[in-house]
Design a protein around this ligand. Structure first.
Ligand code: ADP
Ligand code: MG
Length: 494
C-alpha cells in the first residue's frame, strides 16, 4: 500500500524540479503551459518513461544546470526505468518505451503478480503452441484414416465428393469440361451407384437385367451383370470410358461399380435412362412420320460415324467398331433422336500397331444381323476397316426395320425383324449363312418406297450397305451425309 503513494510523491518532486526552468536549450515540456521550456546554461532536455501503477507514463521537460550537475534525473530510480538527457533543441521529442513491445521490464521490487505473469505467460504460450502442433498432426492422421476407410469400406459419403444439389447433368457437364476426358472419378461413380434406388426391370439382354433406378430424384438405367460375366462388365465400362467417346447419339455412361456383399459380387453399369426404350420396342408400338424417320436415321448414322471415327492427337479417340448393331441395342430418346447402346462387344483400333485391342473372336454379335463375311467366316479380323464394314451391313438392316414403319399418306408396313420371312425365329449361323451368303438374299424393298423421295433414298442406302463385297459398302460418314441432305438439315458441320 505504501509503494504507490511513494511513487506519486517522487513523480511530483520530479515535476516540480523540472518546472523551475531557466533559459538555454528549448525542449518539449508536457507539464508547461505552452508545452515547451527553456533550460539555463548547461541545462539539458529531459525525456523519461516511468512505470506508474503498471502503466508507462512519459515525462518530458527541461533540466536545470543544478539538476544536471547532480545528474540525478539522468539515472534510473525505482520507478523510472528509462530516462534520457540530451543537449540540442527539442531533442526530447521522441517517445521512449520501457520495452519495444511494451513489455514490462523486470525490476527489483516488482509485485508477485507481475512476476508470476512474466514467468507464466511465456510458459502458457509455449504449452499452447505444443498442443496446437500435436492437434494438427492428430487431425491430419484422422483425415488420412477417413480417406483410407472410404477406399475399402462402404457406404461412401457422397457429400464429401459431390455437392448435394448437383444433378446428373451438372456432373456430366463438369466431367466433360474438366479435361479429364474419359469419365467421372471412380469414387464419384461408386458413390452414385451406391445411392441409386432400383425401381423396376426394363429389359433383359445377354448378360442379365436392366433396371430403371432413381438417383436424387432422376431416372437412371442400371445394367446388372452376374459375377460370372465380370469380363463383359469390365469391357463395356472400359469402352464407355474411352476418351472423347461421349456423343449425343451414343448412350450416356454415368458409372460402373462392383459391390461385394460378402457372398457374391454385383456388377453395375449406370447410364442415362430413355423412357421409350429400344428402337425395337418403339417401332413395335409406333409408326413414324417421314420427318421422325429421318431424324432417327440421321442420329443413328451420326452415332455410328462418331464411334467409327478416329480422332488424332494425344487426347485423341480410337476408331471403335460396335459388332452388335441392331434395333434392340439402339435407344430412342425423348426428343425423337436415337442413342447407340450396348458397347459390350465393341473393339478399338490401335493405329500405332494397326491391331485390334482385344483378340476379336470371329462370330460375336446377333446372328440375324451378321454380315455375310462373318457368317461364312471369311473376314480378316486383323483389318479394322473390315470390322467397321460389317457394322454397315447391320446398319442397313436397322434402316430397313425403321423405314417399314414410316407412314406416308397413311401407308406403312407392320413391324418385322430382318429376314423374318425366310429364317426361323431363333436362326442358327447356318440358317443365316444359307440365306445371306449362298442365296444372296436381302430384305425386300417395297415398290411404294420409290414414290417418296426420303424412302427411295433410304432404300438406296440399304442396298449400298448390303453388298457382299464389304469394300463397296457405304461408310457411316457417307450415310450420315446422304440422310442429312434428304432431311435438309442445314446446320450440318462436316
Ligand atoms: N439406358 C436405357 N434406357 C432404357 N432402356 C434401356 C437402357 N439400356 C438398356 N435398356 C433396355 O434393356 C435392353 C437390354 O440392354 P442392353 O444394354 O442391350 O443389354 P445386353 O448387353 O444384355 O443386351 C435394351 O434392349 C433396352 O430395351
Ligand atoms: Mg443388347
Amino acid at each position: 500500500m505504501t509503494r504507490p503513494r511513494y511513487r506519486t510523491v517522487g513523480t511530483a518532486l520530479i515535476f516540480l524540479s523540472v518546472a523551475q526552468l531557466s533559459t538555454g536549450l528549448k525542449c518539449i515540456c508536457h507539464i508547461c503551459t505552452n508545452k515547451t521550456c527553456e533550460t539555463g546554461a548547461d541545462g539539458a532536455c529531459w525525456n523519461s518513461v516511468m512505470l506508474i501503477d503498471g502503466k508507462e507514463e512519459a515525462v518530458k521537460s527541461c533540466l536545470t544546470p543544478l539538476e544536471m550537475k547532480g545528474q540525478v534525473f539522468c539515472y534510473s530510480s525505482r520507478n523510472v526505468s528509462k530516462r534520457n538527457c540530451c543537449f540540442t533543441d527539442f531533442c526530447n521529442n521522441e517517445t521512449l518505451h520501457l520495452y519495444p513491445a511494451g513489455r514490462i521490464q523486470m525490476e527489483p521490487g516488482w509485485g508477485r503478480l507481475e512476476l508470476a505473469a512474466v514467468v507464466l505467460v511465456p510458459i502458457c504460450l509455449l504449452c499452447a503452441g505444443v498442443l496446437l502442433v500435436i492437434c494438427a498432426a492428430h487431425g491430419r492422421h484422422c483425415t488420412h484414416r477417413r480417406i483410407r476407410k472410404h477406399d475399402v469400406e462402404e457406404p461412401l459419403d457422397d457429400q464429401s465428393l459431390m455437392a448435394p444439389h448437383k444433378s446428373l447433368k451438372d456432373l456430366i457437364f463438369d466431367m466433360s469440361t474438366s479435361g479429364s476426358g474419359s469419365g467421372l472419378p471412380l469414387l464419384v461413380q461408386r458413390t452414385i451407384a451406391r445411392t441409386i434406388i432400383l425401381q423396376e426391370t426394363i429389359g433383359k439382354g445377354r448378360f442379365g437385367e436392366v433396371w430403371r433406378g432413381k438417383w436424387r430424384g432422376e431416372d437412371v438405367a442400371v445394367k446388372i451383370f452376374s459375377s460370372r460375366d465380370e469380363r463383359s462388365w469390365f469391357r463395356e465400362a472400359e469402352i464407355y470410358q474411352t476418351i472423347l467417346l461421349r456423343h449425343e447419339n451414343i448412350l450416356g455412361f454415368i458409372a460402373a461399380d462392383n459391390k461385394d456383399n460378402g457372398s457374391w459380387t454385383q456388377l453395375w453399369l449406370v447410364s442415362e435412362y430413355h423412357e421409350h426404350g429400344s428402337l425395337y420396342d418403339y417401332l413395335n408400338r409406333h409408326t413414324v412420320s417421314v420427318e421422325a424417320m429421318l431424324i432417327l436415321a440421321l442420329s443413328i448414322a451420326s452415332g455410328l460415324a462418331h464411334l467409327h471415327m478416329e480422332i488424332v492427337g494425344t487426347q485423341g479417340k480410337p476408331a471403335i467398331a460396335h459388332r452388335d448393331l441392331k434395333s434392340k441395342n439402339i435407344l430412342v430418346k425423348r426428343n425423337g433422336t436415337a442413342a447407340i447402346a450396348d458397347l459390350g462387344l465393341a473393339v478399338k483400333h490401335d493405329p500405332t500397331t494397326n491391331t485390334v485391342d482385344i483378340p476379336a473372336n470371329h462370330r460375336v454379335g446377333t446372328k440375324r444381323y451378321m454380315a455375310p463375311e462373318i457368317l461364312d467366316d471369311s473376314i480378316n479380323m486383323s483389318n479394322f476397316e473390315l470390322i467397321k464394314r460389317a457394322d454397315m451391313y447391320s446398319l442397313g438392316l436397322v434402316f430397313w426395320e425403321l423405314t417399314r414403319r414410316c407412314s406416308v399418306r397413311g401407308v406403312y408396313e407392320d413391324y418385322q425383324m430382318p429376314y423374318y420371312d425366310i429364317v426361323p425365329s431363333d436362326p442358327s449361323i447356318e440358317d443365316m449363312r444359307k440365306v445371306v451368303c449362298d442365296q444372296r438374299l436381302r430384305p425386300n424393298i417395297p415398290n411404294q418406297w420409290q414414290s417418296c423421295e426420303a424412302l427411295r433414298v433410304m432404300g438406296k442406302i440399304m442396298r449400298e450397305c448390303w453388298y457382299t463385297n464389304s469394300a463397296a459398302r457405304l461408310t457411316a460418314l457417307r450415310v450420315k451425309k446422304t440422310v442429312s441432305q434428304v432431311a435438309n438439315v442445314k446446320d450440318m458441320k462436316e
